[in-house]
Design a protein around this ligand. Structure first.
Ligand SMILES: Cc1ncc(COP(=O)(O)O)c(C=O)c1O
Length: 477
């Protein structure tokens, strides 16, 4: 794809950038302005769950904006009086992205601190929300006011849960890539959903598998409303969906009317050699109408996991339904966490943010190389894998039978939980990432934390466990 070339509907495409997040979009020509078409609000009514339809706007929170009316005296909310709050100032230091040897000192202004200490907007602190709007334009070419909006959550997990709640009814069929992030399986299981597994391979989600599922869908059964996928450095497979696959999945979402839940916490951890493919959120600008992508971002992997900040970007009606959930469940994300994040990000700006994320992704690329080196040294002939180009996971298949023609690939669970653990190494058996919990010879290993020596030793121990399992299998056959 040529940088900044015009897409099918005249919308400027997102230029790709080989070593990090895409460069900022070039300004649109006047002919290209205001050409983004998006689906109307009514379109989403059939996507809302019964629970979401039942939720009424919070009688107090929905009136919050009126408090800004000039001259108004508000007796509205039960806000505690801030003069009783003990915190008087907030200042912190952070590493400079451009010169990591330097700490920069950041002081939250008194006004911002007062705002952060009080109850605030359900969808997030305005300064953070605005920064995120700018980021989505910088990274994905999506402009504020073009049929989508943002809401801040306590990490992306919070938002994914609320999105599922807002759209999925008990017993619904849902499309999930398989293997799938184990953190969403219980969301669907507790709703007794029929989780339809869409195959994946080293090119990410298989659009052919998705097409087959949808084209053979029984006419008597409602089609799934959502597809859940992790397009970069997938958890658990480590794979990144190719541009071609993404385009096909988007086309299928249009043909078969489903919303793509684009869970993308590893977007900024892309370290592949090839140009990165644009996100679904960016690519849908090439669709006749945008509005079939609900995108989840997370700051957990690039700023801090404990800071608990994620954001959702997508159609107004769906994000509003999620906000109604927040207004009932937890009111808002911690104001302090939001102001700390927004102060840091506003201090940095988008270019410094990009520099920071590039240094994080190259950190994980080195970790990937070290881990893969150990796999090659110790598990040659004992395991198979594809090299991840983003994220922090390797998904590998244990070759448990020395008989290559054996049709039974075996089960990694017993080996990982017993033999490997006894030898002093822990990893996750692949079965936990399969919605139906069937057996698999796959294992997920995370390479985010270990030093080189520990990696080598861990994989050497795995080798011993596999060899032991193989020899036991031989003696019982
Ligand atoms: C695919 C995926 N989605 C969501 C999450 C949750 O991230 P957060 O910390 O933003 O809630 C994780 C965390 O590991 C993840 O791997």
């Amino acid at each position: 794809m040529a940088n900044g070339s015009a897409g099918q509907n005249g919308v400027t495409q997102v230029p790709s950038h080989s070593d990090g997040i895409p460069a900022a979009l070039p300004a649109k020509t006047s002919a290209q302005k205001n050409v983004v078409k998006y689906l109307p609000s009514e379109y989403y009514q059939s996507f809302l769950s019964l629970v979401a339809k039942e939720r009424k706007p919070s009688p107090i929170r929905s009136l919050f904006p009126l408090e800004a009316t000039p001259g108004l005296i508000s007796l509205l909310a039960g806000k505690p009086n801030a003069t009783t709050f003990p915190l008087t100032s907030l200042q912190f230091t952070a590493r400079s992205p451009t010169d990591p040897s330097q700490d920069i000192s950041i002081k939250v202004t008194d006004e911002q601190l007062a705002e952060a200490l009080q109850y605030g907007a359900t969808s997030g602190n305005p300064s953070l929300v605005n920064w995120v709007y700018g980021l989505q334009e910088f990274s994905h070419g999506r402009k504020k006011g073009e049929g989508w909006r943002i809401s801040i959550g306590s990490g992306s997990q919070d938002l994914i849960y609320k999105a599922v709640n807002a759209m999925v009814n008990p017993g619904d069929s849902v499309l999930v890539e398989s293997p799938v992030y184990a953190g969403v399986i219980p969301m669907f299981q507790t709703l007794h959903c029929d989780q339809i597994e869409v195959a994946t391979d080293s090119n990410g989600i298989s659009s052919a598998s998705l097409r087959e599922i949808l084209e053979s869908w029984p006419s008597s059964k409602p089609k799934p409303k959502v597809l859940y996928t992790v397009p970069y450095g997938c958890n658990p497979t480590g794979m990144t969906a190719t541009l071609e696959r993404r385009k096909e999945v988007l086309a299928l979402s249009r043909e078969h009317d489903f919303i793509i839940l684009e869970d993308d916490p590893y977007y900024y951890l892309y370290y592949g050699d090839a140009a990165r493919p644009p996100s679904y959120f960016a690519l849908e600008l090439e669709e006749p109408e945008a509005g079939r992508v609900l995108r989840f971002d997370s700051l957990s992997k690039i700023l801090s996991a404990g800071i608990r900040i994620g954001f959702v970007s997508g159609p107004d009606v769906l994000v509003q339904a999620m906000d109604s959930h927040t207004a009932t469940a937890n009111l808002q994300v911690s104001g302090l966490t939001q102001i700390l994040t927004s102060s840091l990000l506003n201090q940095w700006g988008y270019e410094a943010f990009k520099i920071h994320t590039e240094s994080v992704s190259s950190f994980y690329r080195k970790k990937r190389d070290v881990f893969e080196g150990a796999l090659k040294r110790h598990l040659d002939g004992l395991a198979e894998w594809s090299t991840p180009e983003a994220g922090m996971f390797v998904w590998f298949k244990l070759l448990l039978s020395s008989n290559a023609s054996s049709s039974d690939e075996g089960d990694s669970e017993a080996i990982i939980k017993t033999k490997a653990f006894e030898k002093g190494v822990l990893a996750l058996p692949g079965t936990v990432f399969l919605p139906n919990g069937r057996k698999t010879a796959y294992v997920r290993a995370s390479f985010s934390l270990l030093e080189e020596g520990d990696v080598d030793e861990a994989v050497r121990r795995l080798r011993e466990a596999i060899l032991e399992a193989r020899s036991e299998a031989l003696s019982t056959s």
